[in-house]
Design a protein around this ligand. Sequence first.
Ligand SMILES: *Cc1c(COP(=O)(O)O)cnc(C)c1O
Length: 452
Amino acid sequence: MHDNTPEIEATIRELARLSMDRLASHPSLDGTATPMQLESAAGKTITPSGVGAPEAVRLWTDVLAPACITVDHPRYLSFIPAAPTKLAAAFDMLVGTSNVYAGSWLEGSGAAFAENEALRWIADLAGLPVTSGGAFVQGGTIGNLSALVAAREAAKRKRSTVPRRWAVCVTDETHSSVMHALRVVMDVDVVNVEGDARGRMTGAALRDTVNGLPASRREGIFAVVATAGTTNLGIVDDIAGIGEVARENGWWLHVDGAYGGAGLAAPSVRPLYDGIEAADSFIVDPHKWLFAPFDCCALLYRDPALAKAAHTQHAGYLEPVLAESAWNPSDYAIQLTRRARGLPFWFSLAVHGTDAYRDAIEKTLSTARAAAEMIRRADHVALLVEPDLTVLTFERIGWRAGDYEQWSDELLKSQLAFVTPTSHRGRICTRFAIVNPTTSENDLRLILDSMR
Ligand SMILES: *Cc1c(COP(=O)(O)O)cnc(C)c1O
């Protein structure tokens, strides 16, 4: 298994060819299969003597890959899609075969250096100080959790007394991963701040909510989470106003830009993010709107030493790593072993330059604006909220839940598009999430026409 036999070399060539084909072609949307369908099509795949390379390759290409929906298809508009650049995806192959250990500087200094360059670009877009820094982690879920853990540790160090219960301010539109981190993983209370008509948290609402709390609850608050691009609606909270309240109260300001953080690079929407320069921590997922393959979240701290104090793991066998005063990415999040998951993003950013990223993000914004205008003009559909970024949430007038489901199933079955129903304030509707620069106005027109 560990020797380059002729058979293994031939298989490696075949895998390289398949990867090149995948990058060069426009794959179909494909779909989902049931466990029973897959069991009967694949048969028993793990056997004592192995099925052999040709059969395992056939299983992937003929049975398994077609049962995975193509997230980077231009008419995949559900959840938050992905649209890796060709070179980011290609470089991911090399990252995989190189198997760099990117948890510590000692073992992965070259990788950590390059990743830090990419983090620097993001930190500069946000206006964070030159001393800010962090690490690439698996996704927004781990990024949010790591940031909030660091925030609580910082609060513990700062305070002379520990409150009975810790708490964090959020809204109904705050991402489920934040709620999960707080309630399940950290056992922290949430203070729910009512969003405005578009679900946007404002500094004024935050101040009112907190002033209305009994002192015992207020004292437990150590952080507020502002969302820079809510997942369901794409709305950017009033970061400047929220940051002001956080500063007055000595709270940590965490900005969750997992989806929308990429908009920092787009001059046409940059003012929406004003105030982000005051964030204590910030995340953005390059695997969403920054054209990196799965999985990749950039996690940044204003003061990385506070994160390090919370996250550094100690053990006798780790001492050689810790003895270095150097930058260990594993010190800034909850994981130890780490794939160099920021490298595909770094490579593409290095090759194409930041202007190309700005332009590609602006392209998706202008496509979203054109689609919003189509929806405003059509009489069978209506926007439920005026968009900030590239998520459009809208309803088909007169449809019920069953109509959306049937339409959505049919779209995928016919391979036209992957668009799923959602709900907004109890109302069933649907949404377009546009992060793919190859999604065209015509793609969106076709889908809107399918709702007539
Ligand atoms: C997607 C998303 C997350 C979670 O990120 P993962 O990469 O899926 O773990 C968190 N917050 C927001 C706003 C998101 O859109």
